[in-house]
Write a protein that binds this ligand. Structure first.
Ligand SMILES: Cc1cc2nc3c(=O)[nH]c(=O)nc-3n(C[C@H](O)[C@H](O)[C@H](O)COP(=O)(O)OP(=O)(O)OC[C@H]3O[C@@H](n4cnc5c(N)ncnc54)[C@H](O)[C@@H]3O)c2cc1C
Length: 349
């Protein structure tokens, strides 16, 4: 008997798999490629929500946790995917500068907002009011991470690449069983794919579509990610990720002309050098209206668990939410209310 079946191998699923490994637990991961939020993700991690100058719950603690967590994976799979990278907020006015300094004075934000205005050196991205630097930021190249982790799981014979058929799952108080795999628990981490899951689709996971471009711009020469009306993230070799859109109504997984136009209009206002669009990607972020994760154990079935709702911050939330869920399953103590699926009433479907 395995300890876990894990459904989904995006940032959530692999965070749980790695957490299980760190505790010598055994598992099989079952995943298809129906959702691609984790593959499309820019991968930035930044503890501060710059729009509102706020820190999400436990952001400092989560940031501290993800560094060593991703380092352990890098060593396990032999691939570097976590890179330190400054994030510069472009100031549009003196008022924005003042708001920044006011925020930087607050004790919770002070460790994360530098108090010198950065007057840089990007001729192709003029910023007369300068930039504010967010500290302790970086990005995870999620394609590198997922490719390397999936290959590792395959070598370990722990990955089944297929669509999970919910009708074949049986469970009782002692174990769960799926196509001959018997385990103590099953953890669902399907991102927006939760809507096909009859056990958890009563939960209000709305999903927010995001589109993103990859451009090549030889004269842009950024050595930091720039955050303005959109972000521009340098990938090396003159390639940049440019994103992202937030669309609440269209839940289709495909890129759109409207999304591309929105990004290009904003990009053209920001930069003054030539560029070429080399890719256009889209994915559905697994978002919940109150912007909190959705984790925990099914209210009626104690062997069924959920790791979802990572929203716009899968890189920072995946590992600590996996840990919280793992510890809850092991101890039988429910997860903290703030992140728990128990904040929503169970509706039998
Ligand atoms: C444009 C864009 C930009 C983003 N930028 C950032 C960023 O800069 N930083 C950041 O932290 N986050 C970012 N995000 C958010 C981040 O991508 C998500 O928080 C994260 O990827 C969610 O991971 P997940 O594993 O929950 O879901 P997913 O990545 O959707 O993974 C779920 C997996 O489960 C599989 N699955 C689903 N149903 C089934 C089934 N029935 N059977 C088998 N497998 C199944 C799917 O195919 C998929 O592999 C961005 C998202 C988008 C769309």
């Amino acid at each position: 008997m395995k300890d876990f079946i894990i459904v989904g191998a995006g940032l959530a699923g692999i965070s749980f798999a790695e957490t299980a490994l760190l505790h010598n637990s055994t598992f099989t991961v079952i995943s298809d490629k129906s959702q691609n939020s984790s593959i499309v993700a820019a991968g930035l991690y930044n503890p501060v929500i710059l729009k509102r100058f706020s820190l999400p719950l436990d952001a400092a603690k989560h940031l501290e946790y993800i560094g060593p967590f991703y380092k352990t994976i890098e060593e396990r799979v032999g691939v570097q995917f976590d890179f330190n990278l400054p994030v510069y907020r472009k100031f549009a006015s003196v008022e924005e500068q003042n708001n920044w300094f006011e925020a930087a004075d607050k004790p919770a934000l002070a460790p994360f907002l530098a108090t010198d205005i950065v007057r840089t050196r990007y001729p192709a991205l003029p910023s007369p009011f300068g930039f504010g630097e967010v500290l302790h930021t970086g990005y995870v190249d999620s394609v590198k991470l997922l490719d390397a982790y999936h290959a590792f799981l395959q070598r370990e014979d722990s990955l089944v690449e297929e669509t999970f058929d919910y009708s074949l799952l049986t469970f009782d108080d002692g174990y769960v069983s799926y196509k001959g795999i018997i385990a103590k628990h099953i953890v669902f981490a399907e991102g927006f794919g939760i809507h096909a899951n009859p056990h958890f689709n009563y939960l209000p996971l709305d999903g927010t579509k995001g589109e993103l471009l990859i451009i090549k711009a030889a004269d842009l020469k950024l050595d930091a990610a720039v955050n303005a009306s959109i972000f521009i993230l340098p990938l090396g070799n003159d390639l940049y990720k440019v994103g992202a859109t937030y669309e609440w109504y269209d839940k289709s997984p495909t890129p759109t002309e409207e999304g591309k136009k929105e990004l290009l209009d904003k990009l053209n206002e920001l930069i003054s050098c030539p560029y070429k669009v080399v890719a256009h990607l889209a994915g559905i972020r697994p978002t919940v209206k109150d912007r909190k994760p959705l984790i925990g154990t099914h209210p009626l079935h104690k062997r069924l668990h959920l790791l979802n709702g990572l929203g716009t911050r899968g890189v920072m939330l995946g590992p600590p939410m996996a840990k919280e869920l793992f510890e809850s399953i092991r101890s039988g103590i429910p997860v903290a209310k703030a992140n728990s699926l128990a904040r929503f009433k169970h509706i039998a479907t």
